[in-house]
Design a protein around this ligand. Structure first.
Ligand SMILES: NC(=O)c1ccc[n+]([C@@H]2O[C@H](COP(=O)([O-])OP(=O)(O)OC[C@H]3O[C@@H](n4cnc5c(N)ncnc54)[C@H](OP(=O)(O)O)[C@@H]3O)[C@@H](O)[C@H]2O)c1
Length: 338
């Protein structure tokens, strides 16, 4: 067994779009678990847009990563050594070990994965934080009713793909917005959305109007900017906007000009920001519903898997440029379950 852990640390805080030189690969001796702890090797590392906020140092809802520290992130790992009564060698667990090949963590904070329920990687995607974000944001804030029109941006991604499919399961019409024709084709043909608009093709407002002839009742917001501006002009009375993310602004060095808020006023629309970690009480219902829909083939998902911890910075930068197609994961170590 190896005696070192490979880690990617933040070398310097990025200004604007992160660069590979903002990250550094280092090694440190393999830690040993104390009472109540386990040593895991990372199998999958999740790369997510929120990590841009963590490495920025800006005031946020969560603590920043400091230069020299390992970058945070959700992981699926295999237990190599356990001093926690509930976990044993060979168990696969969902944890938060970050951008590193091995780590010691408290056993109490880990969830053992049931290999019979779903592939282990789904615990970071469709049955993990992104899937749960889609579930609570859409059902609790968006509250789609049968026959209504739900629009979601970043529609081929981890959150957006689940939003549209859950909207369909609830009887609504689902319209995606995505950044390429390939992504739009996937969203309609594979995921079963009713329509998808490529926002890079021009005349976004016209294309959205054609795709939403009865206007927009729910807009699940993932990107901000031009897409939000166009959607605002098509809102129906009493529309709801779960404000999930604003990825088009994550690298901005100035505050970006906001959309005109008048349509919210005269349509009595609701816009509500939310953070998935405030909704953990819904975990049981989420896993029961989405796990069931996944096994029945009603909730499909796509993974974009990059191999090798050293590829994480480049893959993360690609995520902020729309280069990922599906839930972005890094396979840090061998997955013996596949
Ligand atoms: N509130 C919460 O608790 C919570 C939790 C999880 C995620 N989120 C948010 O949910 C959103 C989606 O996250 P995800 O994990 O599902 O990521 P994802 O959609 O799998 O990947 C990010 C996608 O965003 C799009 N994008 C990137 N830069 C963009 C830009 N400048 N303008 C417009 N679109 C851009 C790209 O798709 P296209 O090629 O289609 O543009 C890219 O593939 C993010 O805003 C994230 O911060 C929020």
């Amino acid at each position: 067994m190896t005696t070192v852990s490979r880690q990617i640390v933040l070398r310097s805080r990025p200004v604007g779009m992160p660069k590979p030189g903002d990250f550094e690969l280092v090694e440190s001796p393999l830690p040993s678990p104390k009472d109540g702890e386990v040593l895991c090797r990372t199998v999958y590392l999740s790369l997510d847009p929120y990590m841009r906020g963590r490495i920025s140092g800006a005031r946020s809802y969560a603590q920043s990563v400091e230069p020299g520290q390992v970058i945070v992130g959700g992981t699926v790992g295999e237990v190599l050594e356990s001093r926690h009564a509930g976990l044993g060698r060979g168990d696969f667990v969902l944890g938060y070990d970050g951008w590193q090949s091995h780590a010691v963590s408290k056993g109490a904070g880990l969830r053992r994965l049931d290999l019979k329920q779903a592939p282990i990687s789904t615990a970071l995607g469709v049955l993990g934080m992104p899937g749960m974000t889609a579930y609570v944001g859409l059902l609790d804030i968006g509250r789609p009713r049968a026959g209504e029109t739900v629009v979601v941006s970043a529609a081929s991604g981890a959150v957006g793909s689940a939003v549209g499919q859950i909207a369909k399961i609830k009887g609504a019409r689902a319209v995606g917005v995505a950044g390429s024709q390939d992504k739009c084709d996937y969203v309609v043909r594979e995921l079963g959305f009713d329509a998808c608009v490529n926002y890079k093709k021009g005349d976004l407002l016209g294309a959205l109007r054609d795709a939403c002839p009865k206007g927009i009742d729910v807009y699940f917001e993932n990107v901000g900017g031009d897409v939000l501006r166009a959607v605002m002009q098509l809102l129906n009375q009493n529309a709801r906007i779960p404000l999930c993310g604003l990825i088009s602004e994550y690298n901005a060095t100035d505050i970006t000009p906001g959309p005109n808020l008048r349509p919210l006023l005269f349509n009595r629309a609701l816009i509500q920001g939310f953070i998935v970690s405030d909704h953990m009480a819904r975990m049981g219902e989420f896993l029961a519903d989405c796990g069931g829909w996944l096994r029945e083939g009603r909730l499909k998902h796509r993974e974009d898997i990059v191999v090798g911890l050293e590829k994480a910075p480049e893959a993360f930068i690609g995520l902020l440029q729309g280069k990922n197609f599906g839930k972005l994961l890094v396979r840090v170590g061998e997955d013996p379950t596949r």
